[in-house]
Design a protein around this ligand. Structure first.
Ligand SMILES: [Zn+2]
Length: 96
């Protein structure tokens, strides 16, 4: 388990032991996606923790939730283009 410090907020990056050892999400991949979801795409709330919302990484999956009910899950293996990420966000918004 390791921590990434960004904008004075702390995100916990979980890792899982795989057959090849410990896998971590590439920090650049994480930053590429997190800039789209730091501010909740639904309500604009930018806080995580203390029941306000969550932002976590589990292997290749990024999870972002917000107290407004927004829930977003993205597999970085799906690609890192802005179009792909925006589409996933739009889908999450349409499911609310
Ligand atoms: Zn929200």
């Amino acid at each position: 388990m390791s921590n990434v410090y960004l904008d004075e907020r702390e995100y916990t990056i979980k890792s899982e032991v795989t057959e090849g050892g410990i896998s971590y999400m590439n920090a650049v991949d994480f930053l590429n996606i997190s800039r789209f979801i730091n501010d909740c795409p639904n309500c604009g709330h930018d806080r995580v923790g203390n029941g306000e919302g969550t932002l976590s990484v589990d292997d290749s999956i990024i999870n972002r939730t917000c107290k407004c009910g927004f829930r977003f899950e993205y597999d970085v293996d799906s690609g890192l283009s802005k179009k792909n990420i925006q589409q996933a966000i739009d889908e999450a918004l349409s499911e609310m």
